[in-house]
Write a protein that binds this ligand. Structure first.
Ligand code: NAD
Ligand code: MN
Length: 486
């Protein structure tokens, strides 16, 4: 077969018939707050819209919680902590968590569709990655509920009380699971605030809590934007704050919590180095780099957003990347063939395009897939920059979109110093054929999670969290329990 034909056959010019998800979705026109086991209207009567980023159109109206609603939610969490959840035998708490995990599995398909509609991620990710991990997280922490003293031998671990949790929009249900499951397993109660662009699945999770018979007040969910989050963080009767989101907001939260008895964990941004050595299996590394940056439109705090390639294979690697991004299918998140969905919001698309512009202005060379993108909604073609230096903004700042920054190195020592030359330290990747190189490089990288010959793999048993401005505290694994115990 000649080369051109081959390219046509597998390239983006060939259009498959759309294969949309057809499970009926229980989308509602309006979502209320979940306080004390019931869905209640916000006291102010205010609502805001959540849009479908693939169309830019409104999906539903979402209740906006203000201070008085937060007061009710915290009060209900406090009561549940003191009267029901705290005193409950740990094995009983575990049973609720197992029940929640099973119901999530039963409803996984509809939850995946709602997640893709509200957030823009491709259905193959929400269906095959997010939802299985959400259920797995509840199963995993359900198992710990009655074994805490074995997790911390010789100690008498106690819950902290009421946990206030604020989460982002990139993995709405998964972040809710990461926060809620360990908190409950340790005997705490929760007030959770989802992100304003992706509140819908959190409210469906609340229905699952009702179905599971979770006692009222054990989990409360209050929707709203930054002000709602700030009101929760600043509430006097909250014992613990857990936040995932931008470094800027994380810093503000750290300031507001300082000097109070509140415990705090922060999971913030990242600018991970994905280091490719010349002895790697090159096509496998290309796939890993693609997954590392384009997974979930690059809306991933641990995305492999800086590619460090050993100089001798740079040109070959870049040529393969160019060919590969042409074959990525960008479009309808509900189409099972879609690789890259919609950018989560208009505001995020603006942040991405502005930062990409600085890359071009500062002299890096932008390579972009020639794919067509839908006319409505928020989209960004998969792209990468070559000729990037460490001083470029696209090498230092989180783009949080499907845009990769490529640099080169000659020696392992240079790779390590480039990789660590960042204010972040959430994750990193290493691609090499040599096991000894993996261990020696990993040892020198200042990053919380390091993948070798793979990327963006998650498991509830592995702790996740950062160094430096990527935050502190760990989520997942045994380590994730200590964030919710004293
Ligand atoms: P953000 O930090 O503003 O939002 C995250 C969450 O914090 C949301 O629920 C939001 O309502 C809430 N929030 C906002 N201001 C708050 C405050 N003062 N007090 C308490 N809660 C508050 O993030 P964003 O504006 O949606 O995104 C901006 C950038 O942040 C992105 O471009 C990306 O670089 C980064 N980001 C990182 C992550 C991550 O997982 N680390 C997630 C989302 C965004
Ligand atoms: Mn939305």
């Amino acid at each position: 077969m000649d080369k051109k034909k081959h390219h046509l056959k597998f390239g983006s010019s060939l259009s498959y018939a759309p294969a949309p998800e057809t499970t009926p979705v229980p989308l509602k026109k309006q979502y209320e707050l979940f306080i004390n086991g019931e869905f209640v209207a916000p006291q102010s009567g205010s609502y805001f819209n959540s849009v479908n980023p693939a169309t830019g159109k409104r999906l539903a109206r979402i209740a906006k919680a203000e201070e008085s609603d937060i007061n009710l939610a915290v009060k209900s969490a406090r009561r549940a902590y003191e009267k029901v959840w705290g005193p409950m035998p740990p094995a009983e708490r575990g049973k609720y968590l197992f029940r929640i995990a099973r119901i999530i599995q039963e409803k996984a398909r509809e939850l995946a569709i709602l997640e893709s509609m509200d957030g823009g991620k491709p259905i193959k990710e929400s269906r095959d990655v997010d939802l299985p991990l959400v259920a797995a997280h509840f199963f995993y922490y359900a198992g710990w509920a009655d074994k805490l003293k074995y997790a911390f031998p010789g100690k008498d671990p106690r819950p902290l009380g009421v946990a206030g949790q604020v989460i982002p929009w990139n993995f709405p249900l998964l972040m809710a699971a990461w926060k809620i499951a360990p908190a409950l397993a340790c005997g705490n109660t929760v007030v959770l605030k989802p992100a304003e662009t992706t509140s819908i699945t959190a409210m469906h999770l609340a229905e699952i809590f009702q179905d599971a018979g979770l006692p009222p007040g054990v989990v409360n969910i209050v929707s709203g934007a930054g002000e709602t989050g700030a009101a929760l963080v600043e509430h006097d009767d909250v014992d613990k704050i857990a936040f995932t989101g931008s470094t800027a907001v994380g810093k503000r939260i750290a300031q507001s919590v300082a000097g109070t008895p509140k415990k705090l964990t922060l999971e913030l941004g990242g600018k991970a180095a994905n280091i490719v050595f010349d002895d790697c299996t090159i096509d496998q590394a290309v796939e890993g780099v693609i997954n590392g940056i384009y997974f979930n439109q690059g809306h991933v705090c641990c995305a492999g957003s800086r590619l460090l390639i050993q100089e001798s294979i740079h040109d070959d690697f870049v040529a393969r990347l160019s060919r590969r991004i042409e074959t990525l299918r960008v479009g309808d998140p509900l189409d099972k063939n879609t690789d890259i969905g919609a950018i989560n919001s208009k505001a995020q698309l603006k942040r991405i395009t502005e930062l990409v512009k600085t890359g071009e202005e500062e002299g890096a060379e932008l390579h972009t897939s020639s794919c067509r993108i839908p006319e409505e909604g928020f989209w960004h073609r998969p792209s990468f920059f070559t000729g990037v230096t460490s001083s470029h903004r696209v090498a230092r700042e989180e783009i949080f979109g499907p845009v990769l920054s490529i640099m080169t190195f000659r020696t392992p020592a240079e790779a390590v110093s480039l990789a660590n030359d960042t204010c972040y330290g959430l994750s990193a990747g290493i691609w090499t054929d040599k096991g000894s190189k993996i261990f020696s490089i990993a040892d020198q990288l200042k990053a919380g999670v390091i993948w070798a010959n793979t990327f963006n793999k998650f498991d509830p048993t592995s702790p996740f969290g950062g160094y430096k401005e990527s935050g502190f505290g760990r989520e997942g694994g045994v380590q994730g329990l200590s964030a919710y115990l004293s």
